[in-house]
Design a protein around this ligand. Structure first.
Ligand SMILES: [Zn+2]
Ligand SMILES: [Zn+2]
Length: 113
């Protein structure tokens, strides 16, 4: 018989146990409507595998030359799969450079405003 693992509801202070893979108990689910998560936007296990491979081939940050830690999308994909998986749109960045770039992107006005 498979043993069903349970995890605790992520709502602060809630002791209710729920199936692994869920985030909240039934009561708190309504308080936390599903937003498109990173996983839903395409950061799946497939991406983790492929980006790790990419970093093996591109081990250095293209901006500062330190060891790269993340594969960055040169043009922000904003959920567009075609851009997301386009290897010519990737670059290897270290954490510091990636954070800086993300900050630049976030401060730029976008269509969302
Ligand atoms: Zn709960
Ligand atoms: Zn760097």
């Amino acid at each position: 018989m498979p043993y069903k693992q349970r995890t605790q509801c992520r709502h602060p202070g809630c002791p209710v146990l729920i199936p692994v893979g869920s985030k909240y108990c039934d009561k708190h689910k309504q308080l936390h409507p599903d937003r498109p998560s990173a996983v839903k936007r395409g950061y799946t296990s497939r991406w983790q595998r492929i980006s790790r491979q990419y970093l093996r081939q591109h081990p250095l940050c293209v901006r500062c030359g330190r060891p790269a830690q993340v594969v960055d999308h040169i043009v922000p994909h904003r959920g567009r799969e075609q851009l997301f998986w386009d290897e010519s749109n990737w670059q290897a960045l270290c954490k510091a450079c990636h954070d800086r770039k993300t900050g630049e992107e976030d401060s730029r006005p976008t269509y969302e405003y």
